[in-house]
Design a protein around this ligand. Structure first.
Ligand code: AMP
Length: 396
């Protein structure tokens, strides 16, 4: 069966058409600038990438263009919509309502809407994508795959904040965690690769991309993760601060005359390695190059990033009373050899030793620890779209 995987943002929409039998990507692409003007990037497997400026006043037009591209006589990959058996939607926040993926119904959409407060930038946009697909593909089953669902197994002691309990009762303020599809996919794959049962192993996943999070997966279940109520908590990220002393906010607000919106903008968009590097870049390729050329702030940004990852790993070793596998994934985790080397340099106490030659590889599934290392360290490329397609097929 062919599954259309949709990841819909407020002004953009990423898609992949995946054959769930062979798990091959038949075509993929991106709609950008929805509601502004509109641009469709489309690439069939083995074919040329096409970019077309197309008017997309709403997501409905965007999805219509995606369908047109997929069914186009020359460059399309299916003859008609009948060849698309299901749609899998990435939804960001399922709150406490969704601990797993679900087939989308009116009731589900209402429950997702009730979580909008928790992800005001993402959930409404995700739902717009669902509604647009329903309009254009009536009768095609749709599945919601939540970023938060995998972490719903966290125990209370890991998800409660040290705040007045009434905020949890009234507003559900707690840790939810994100990147769940990736943490689940990668931790499962790690168990397969090292040949141990998933439900009998301790894994720490370092999902290091522009957004970054670490998770502790004990016997196949997430027991802790670094992102919180929102994706701002935890690691130092591309432009997000991660953990800070909350009292800094009052201090900076007064000094810089910032209101809540200004503070949130600073924390989300101007901080992280971008802010630390004195606004040089949020991209690790730029930072590593600058650092090698002697740029002080770039070097500090990389040091702080790696140290924070290592601290979270240490915390999760404590949480699980040990670790069997440490996995690196996402843009930086899959590709940045020096970042992996630096993070692993903190793991001597775990008996971790890294095979330099294996660690020099990029973007492929590989064990980078030596055979005698007490903990296995792996690089596993994440594939959230494939995970969504699998979940979708499993449910319909
Ligand atoms: P993601 O959010 O998972 O797409 O990851 C994006 C980030 O991965 C970029 O911002 C880069 O910092 C990083 N990245 C991608 N390729 C490389 C590379 N070859 N070396 C270092 N970092 C990379």
């Amino acid at each position: 069966m062919n599954v259309l995987v949709i990841n819909c943002g407020s002004s953009s929409l990423k898609f992949q058409l995946i054959n769930s039998d062979t798990e091959a990507v038949l075509a993929k692409g991106l709609c950008e600038r929805i509601g502004i003007d509109g641009r469709l990037t489309y690439q069939p497997a083995g074919g040329e990438k096409e970019v077309n400026e197309l008017a997309m006043p709403t997501h409905t037009e965007a999805i219509q263009f995606v369908i047109d591209a997929l069914t186009n006589e020359k460059t399309g990959v299916v003859k008609s919509l009948d060849e698309i058996g299901a749609v899998g939607h990435r939804l960001v926040h399922g709150g406490e309502k969704f601990a797993s993926s679900v087939v989308i119904t009116e009731e589900v959409k209402k429950a997702v809407e009730e979580c909008n407060d928790l992800a005001p930038l993402h959930n409404p946009a995700n739902l717009i994508g669902v509604n647009a697909c329903e309009k254009l593909m009536p009768g095609t089953p749709m599945v919601a795959v939540f970023d938060t669902a995998f972490h719903q197994t966290m125990p209370e002691k890991a998800y409660m904040y040290g705040l007045p309990y009434e905020y949890y009762e009234k507003y559900k303020v707690r840790r939810y965690g994100f990147h769940g599809t990736s943490h689940s996919f990668v931790s499962k794959r790690a168990a397969e690769l090292v040949g141990v049962p998933y439900d009998q192993t301790k894994t720490i996943v370092c999902h290091l991309g522009n957004g970054a999070s670490v998770s502790a997966v004990l016997n196949g279940k997430s027991v802790d993760t670094s992102m919180g109520l929102t994706p701002l908590e935890g690691l130092v990220m591309g432009t997000r601060s991660g953990d800070i002393d909350p009292a800094i906010l009052e201090f900076i607000a007064k000094k810089e005359n910032l209101d809540i919106e200004g503070l949130m903008n600073m924390l989300n968009k101007k901080s992280g390695v971008f802010g630390l590097s004195n606004n040089l870049s949020s991209d690790f390729r730029d930072l590593l190059e600058a650092s090698e050329a002697g740029n002080g702030p770039a070097k500090i940004a990389i040091e702080v990033f790696c140290y924070r990852v290592a601290k979270y790993v240490g915390a999760y070793v404590a949480a699980m009373n040990g670790v069997d596998n440490i996995v690196f994934t996402a843009g930086i985790g899959e590709n940045s050899v020096p970042v992996r080397e630096k993070v692993c340099s903190y793991f001597g106490y775990l008996g971790v030793t890294i095979d330099k030659e294996a660690n020099a590889k990029r973007g492929e599934e590989i064990v980078i620890s030596t055979p005698d290392s007490k903990v296995k360290v792996l690089v596993i490329p994440t594939n959230e779209e494939l995970a969504i397609a699998r979940e979708t097929v499993a449910l319909i």
